[in-house]
Design a protein around this ligand. Structure first.
Ligand SMILES: [Zn+2]
Length: 554
């Protein structure tokens, strides 16, 4: 028996005596933690004596359980009361909806980011155009303290020209995109592709000079269960806990894993690596690594079906010829990346130094125009700010929007912001002053709620706010945590940070980091809805008496 679970088990058995109603496990866990905190606080004030180590003493253990259950009940009751008293500004919700209906600019913002500016790879000239353009919009809209903050990133990268074609046994154009930060090929390569998926590292090394300048196929065909066929489950559709986040990457590996093969190929002077990916039906997932060296082997992601065809032809001994020309430019004139910040200043003398921080990432990948990742959220959060300003909102706390760079390369922009303004002892006052961080990223289209990061206090409040938005098609605020986006930079320093629950239909199989992430993926109606939900959450957070509760530490 694992004695460490004893108090929890006993509390479980005492539940029928306590009338909690139906609570989900995340809330129960949070109440349990809060009960513990409350008891420790009472104990530290000398009000009660709690055995910290009840497991070794069954008599103390009973008392501990009773007292802890009491704390649990008190906190549960307090949470219910707090939620019941959460005021909702229905007049403001109405004004925001009317502003959206009559004067929405969200589609034009979205169109400009996707069609006009295009892919916004961090460090690229297009990313900088997006920085300048969003900054100018904020200024035109009369936002306060519009600033562009730089942070060191490294060289940018742009694709200047691409030729990928099969010329034997027939002419056929191949569909593919270089990985970001891939070097150029040494001019136009004309070669028969060499399949290495069935070779050991020693066999590849032994091929020596035959691989110099070669076009190679390093992996087995990407087919069957190595193709992505299902989106992540939608937590908004069910009360059950479901798997959260993107499905795993499904890379195929031959006898020599790609990671081990690449240094060998570089040493042998291979001319170009073609690689498959988990997309199908013309969808390609294309990423890249800014740390790629200038003398690395150039790397192109091919449509899985095209890659697989080349491997099958090579394995059957059919004479295949390819032309490949990859021309890229490393952008070294400016190695900074940027975050764009704008504010609606707080009006309450006691609260205006506190900040409701809203964020979305401005950067994208490069094989489409970064529509769902993340122009839709940039457009929606910008529109939320524009609407609040347009309806004359005077929030008690400052509402600040930050558009991050470098999210795709590892949440770099939000981390740089946190490091500069919010991390460490010197920034403790500024950190405490962030009432909440509200992020908009994974998924696309409308906002159904917010992941509440196992923070029951925040969930109780967010549930009240969401309840007032029922006619917008919102569904629920899941208890769960979600990874891989910018709110993690804030939760890492104890700030309550949350990201939106969005639509995932066709997101994981079709649009996320793919060559299909274009304007068509999101409708004006969904952008407007997302902007209203974010504006309402930011407004409610800026107007309530207290900040959003910090998560109770584990
Ligand atoms: Zn992304």
């Amino acid at each position: 028996m694992n004695t460490s679970s004893l108090p929890r088990e006993r509390l479980k058995s005492s539940r029928p005596a306590l009338t909690f109603g139906r609570v989900d496990r995340g809330i129960a866990r949070d109440w349990w933690r809060k009960g513990t905190v409350l008891l420790r606080r009472l104990e530290s004030r000398g009000k009660i004596a709690v055995d910290r180590y009840p497991r070794v003493n069954s008599c103390m253990s009973n008392r501990y359980v009773i007292i802890r259950a009491l704390g649990f009940t008190l906190v549960a009751a307090r949470s219910t009361i707090a939620a019941a008293q959460e005021p909702i500004d229905r007049a403001m919700i109405g004004r925001l909806q009317e502003e959206s209906r009559a004067h929405s600019q969200v589609l034009e913002t979205y169109r400009t980011l996707t069609d006009e500016i295009g892919p916004r790879l961090t460090g690229s000239p297009a990313f900088k155009r997006a920085v300048d353009w969003t900054r100018d919009r904020f200024t035109q809209w009369g936002m306060s303290n519009v600033t562009v903050e730089s942070w060191p990133f490294g060289r940018g990268w742009t694709l200047e020209k691409l030729t990928l074609e099969m010329t034997q046994p027939r002419y056929f154009p191949l569909e593919g995109y270089p990985e970001a930060w891939s070097p150029s090929t040494r001019g136009l390569l004309t070669a028969t592709p060499i399949y290495l998926g069935d070779k050991t590292a020693d066999q590849i090394k032994a091929m020596g000079a035959t691989l110099k300048g070669a076009i190679v196929l390093p992996q087995p065909p990407q087919e069957g269960d190595h193709l992505i066929t299902a989106d992540r489950p939608q937590p908004g559709d069910t009360e059950e806990r479901v798997r959260i986040g993107a499905p795993p990457m499904l890379r195929t590996e031959g006898l020599t894993p790609v990671r081990d093969m690449m240094p060998i190929l570089q040493q042998l002077g291979v001319g170009l690596v073609l690689r498959p990916n988990q997309g199908q039906h013309g969808t390609l997932f294309v990423l890249g690594n800014p740390k790629t060296k200038n003398d690395a082997v150039p790397s192109v992601i091919l449509a899985a079906e095209h890659y697989n065809m080349l491997v099958r032809l090579a394995q059957h001994g059919t004479a295949v010829r390819l032309n490949a020309d990859v021309r890229v430019k490393y952008q070294e004139a400016d190695t900074s990346a940027y975050n764009v910040i704008a504010e609606i200043p707080g009006a309450d003398p006691a609260l205006r130094n506190e900040v409701v921080l809203v964020g979305a990432h401005l950067d994208s990948w490069h094989s489409a125009t970064g529509a769902t990742d993340n122009a839709d959220a940039v457009a929606a959060t910008m529109e939320a700010m524009r609407m609040l300003k347009a309806v004359g909102a005077k929030p008690r706390r400052t509402i600040r929007l930050a558009l991050w760079g470098g999210e795709e390369e590892g949440l770099l922009g939000s981390k740089a912001y946190v490091d500069k303004h919010l991390r460490g002892d010197a920034n403790s006052a500024a950190r405490d002053a962030i009432a909440v961080y509200l992020n908009d990223d994974p998924g696309m289209g409308p906002t159904y709620g917010f992941y509440t990061e196992e923070n029951a206090g925040a969930k109780a409040i967010f549930d009240e706010w969401l309840g007032a938005l029922g006619d917008l098609g919102v569904t629920r605020n899941p208890v769960d945590k979600i990874g891989a986006t910018d709110h993690l930079s804030f939760t890492a320093v104890g700030i309550p940070g949350f990201t939106t629950l969005k639509d995932y239909r066709d997101y994981d199989v079709r649009t996320h980091h793919t060559n299909a992430d274009f304007y068509e993926r999101v409708s004006e109606k969904d952008l407007q809805q997302s902007a209203i939900v974010m504006a309402v959450f930011a407004w409610q957070a800026a107007m309530r008496d207290g900040k959003i509760p910090r998560a109770v530490s584990q």
